[in-house]
Design a protein around this ligand. Structure first.
Ligand code: SF4
Length: 250
């Protein structure tokens, strides 16, 4: 009888162990647990907070310099991932020569780049500003459009741009959520959310209409000068008794 010899089973290549995924904490995004634990504000408390903001600063102003709705639109488009101070430094000279869509087109993309080259992503931004100027002229008769959909259709403009322009140029009750508003909305517990849109909709829901025109600026200024990202100044904070942040220092 022939001897059956078994072939040795092929050796399996060792399966590399999966590396554990690094957990990268998003700087301002709240953990799920934190979101659940935050106690909701009562309408009276929200009213109290914004009354204090209003008393301390009745007419808050945005810090992006502009001379008309068009220059506001351009300044907001330039401000993506840049500071207002950095944008202002560049636009002061720019808006002296180009404060309308036609003048911006006459200036041209190459010269525009020279004015804004100190701002991050300036090449893309210059292209967008020229394209949006052309569109404002050709489709909107040279005037910045007044609806969200129309503003968002302009090159370089997104939801935040539309919210800022609608609020500051046209007095609408919109809430633009930048990094400061996102942080304040979450930390205070006023409108916790994992995305800027969640925070925006949450704030619109809880803030009484009488405060909505200025609410965006009060929250930005609060985040920029008091509720700082790394070291919030809770000891001088106007609303420290009402704030829900478990890590507040008062
Ligand atoms: S108490 Fe502190 S954490 Fe709360 S809003 Fe004020 S500065 Fe921010």
């Amino acid at each position: 009888m022939a001897k059956i010899t078994r072939k040795p089973a092929p050796r399996k290549a060792p399966v590399p162990k999966k590396k554990a995924k690094a957990v990268v904490a998003k700087p301002n995004a709240p953990a799920k647990k934190t979101l659940k634990a935050i106690k909701h504000w009562t309408p009276a408390e929200v009213h109290e907070v914004f009354s204090r903001f209003r008393k301390a600063n009745p007419e808050p102003k945005g810090e992006l310099e502009h001379v008309n709705p068009f220059t506001l639109l351009v300044a907001v488009v330039l401000s993506a991932q840049a500071t207002d101070a950095g944008v202002n430094k560049a636009t002061r000279a720019l808006f002296e020569v180009a404060d309308t869509p036609q003048k911006m087109l006459d200036l041209g993309e190459e010269s525009l780049r020279e004015y804004i080259k100190t701002i991050g992503l300036y090449r893309t931004k210059a292209r967008n500003v020229i394209a949006l100027s052309a569109k404002v002229l050709s489709e909107f008769g040279g005037e910045v459009p007044r609806t969200r959909a129309e503003i968002e259709s302009l090159p370089g403009a997104g939801r935040k741009t539309a919210n800022v322009v609608l609020n500051m140029a046209f007095g609408e009750h919109t809430m633009a959520v930048d990094t400061h508003v996102f942080r304040v909305g979450n930390r205070t517990g006023l409108a916790p959310g994992k995305t800027p849109l969640e925070v925006e909709l949450g704030l619109e829901k809880v803030i009484p209409a009488e405060f909505m025109l200025h609410a965006h600026h009060w929250l930005i200024l609060h985040g920029r000068y008091t509720c700082l990202a790394r070291k919030p100044r809770c000891e001088v904070c106007l609303i420290n008794d009402l704030c829900r942040w478990p890590e507040k220092t008062v």
